[in-house]
Design a protein around this ligand. Structure first.
Ligand code: FES
Length: 145
């Protein structure tokens, strides 16, 4: 075996021996992210933290595994949380919680929705989709209803 052949074998050997490490690294990243986004055995998904909800008065997660979700504390019982899909049923803008009006309000054409997602004022004529929501520790959890 001459020098060129030897270097070629070492290069192929290095590549072949590092390939399983590269595959393992990619696999573990895939597994860890799928763990954080997959449904728990009870079907709930993490939408965010209670500390973020407390800080901002509402918690919007556009990419939760359950879908777009807006969580607020129940004004009638602040130990409970309420979650809706904030996509306005009129033309798809994102509604926000307006504490003073005690309603979800759409910034585009003014539709208002009650805390349970029902339409208070149009032009929207269909309710917001809702989620079952709860708090565990510092996590806000939601599940499609
Ligand atoms: S998109 Fe919300 S009222 Fe029109």
């Amino acid at each position: 075996m001459n020098r060129r052949e030897f270097i070629g074998w070492v290069g192929v050997g290095s590549l072949a021996s590092s390939l399983p490490l590269v595959i393992a690294a990619c696999s573990s990243q895939t597994n860890s992210s799928s763990t954080t986004t997959s449904a728990r055995t009870d079907g709930f998904q993490v939408a965010g933290s209670i500390s973020d909800l407390d800080k901002n008065g509402q918690l919007f997660n556009e990419e939760s595994a359950a879908g777009k979700v807006l969580v607020i504390k129940d004004p009638g019982n602040t130990s409970k949380v309420i979650a809706v899909n904030p996509t306005c049923t009129h033309k798809g803008c994102i509604v926000g919680w307006n504490k003073d009006q005690n309603a979800f309000v759409c910034p585009c054409h003014g539709s208002k929705y009650a805390i349970d997602g029902k339409v208070i004022n149009g032009p929207a004529d269909k309710p917001l989709a809702t989620y079952t929501a709860k708090v565990e520790g510092n996590e806000v959890l939601v599940k499609g209803s």
